[in-house]
Design a protein around this ligand. Sequence first.
Ligand SMILES: *[C@@H]1O[C@H](CO)[C@@H](O)[C@H](O)[C@H]1NC(C)=O
Ligand SMILES: *[C@@H]1O[C@H](CO)[C@@H](O)[C@H](O)[C@H]1NC(C)=O
Ligand SMILES: *[C@@H]1O[C@H](CO)[C@@H](O)[C@H](O)[C@H]1NC(C)=O
Length: 402
Amino acid sequence: MASFLSSTLFLALIISAVAAQNGLILPIRKDPKTLQHIATFKMGSNRAAISAAVDLGGPFLWFSCNDYASTTYAPIPCGSAKCDAAKGIGCVGCNLPPRPGCTNDTCGASPYNPFLDVLVSQGYAEDTFYAKSGAPLPEYSFSCMDKDYLTGLAAGATGMLGLGRTQISLHRQASAKLNLPDAFSLCLPSSGAGKLEIGIKPRSVKTTPLLINPVSTYPIYTEGDASDEYFIDVRGIAVAGARLNLKDSYFSIDKNGVGGTKISTMQNFTAVHNSIYKPLARAFAKAASDLGIRSAAAVAPFRACFSSSSIARTAAGPAVPEIELVLAGKDATWRMRGANLMVEIDRKTTCLGFVDGGSSPRTAVVIGAHQLEENLLEFDLVSSQLRFSESLLLSNTSCSRI
Ligand SMILES: *[C@@H]1O[C@H](CO)[C@@H](O)[C@H](O)[C@H]1NC(C)=O
Ligand SMILES: *[C@@H]1O[C@H](CO)[C@@H](O)[C@H](O)[C@H]1NC(C)=O
Ligand SMILES: *[C@@H]1O[C@H](CO)[C@@H](O)[C@H](O)[C@H]1NC(C)=O
């Protein structure tokens, strides 16, 4: 008996070591209508296919369970260790016939749909998670969401996949279950299939520290909770090589969690504090004009727009002045070029894809999805570093080809 057990254990160790080498891969596509980036995977005993919007700073996975059936589904009981790990609040019940998403004595979850700006009271549950490649993740913690609260998600998407700094985000659960270092890479496609990969070997050279904002950015939280989102230490911004004269205070996070720079897949475009936007747009328009690019009427939400016919094209998108984020760390500047900077409105007009974040945003610089596309971003939670490739288009590749 003892030797049977130990050989089973040995086999299990070999299997998990093999899986660990492979890690997990989830394909990501861009929904052209909502501009959301959608990951696909399977859940439960029937391997239900789920499409969920990638939420880089989101705390956990949630999806609609109204039509979900699985014999391996189990609610997470209130007061359990798994409930603590999920930071569950209270105990929820349900007076309807039992089904996934309707159980008693269940650890309370608060899934949030940012497109609808609603927070819903639900319960945590667990079931098996299957990525496109890699080992299954049994007993994966997530929350159901009632189907009435899916408004705003891309057609076909029924949930959101959280990759934040929590105990129950995808990379954290996957790395714990597969015994991998806690690191993942995200390559958002502008078209074709991008990918989310867990269990990565570092590839990008440029590195900058990941920062923790001490105050939660979620709609509800307990005093003392830090933000689950990813902040980086941008120190300044340069346009066409010339650094803008901006107050340092925008770039640091104060004790109330205000200020600084985060990376978000929930915003279409990079949004900056109004006092950054104005000099940025002015410097960009001036540098563009120096290249013979002609201004055009603004098209909301953008303010700096140009005549498409006056802009030359390169492999990395429209030939426009570069915008650089000057970062803390060795040779760390994040150069943004053509395709990441510009948005083609139609054949006549192309706009700078940065938006004015107003005069009192919580976070001064929010780097949005358009600026992340076709860039390989590697989040290493072990060393607390972000590695980034800059535009893959410059090396004649893309998220769908790496
Ligand atoms: C992103 O763009 C889409 C398409 O224009 C729009 O429907 C959506 O409201 C935008 N999302 C955000 C968060 O601004
Ligand atoms: C929860 O408990 C109540 C009271 O005992 C019961 O009426 C109800 O059917 C239960 N709900 C589920 C989903 O089991
Ligand atoms: C770019 O990559 C494509 C596909 O991999 C290849 O066909 C093409 O020749 C490459 N172009 C250059 C300029 O290297």
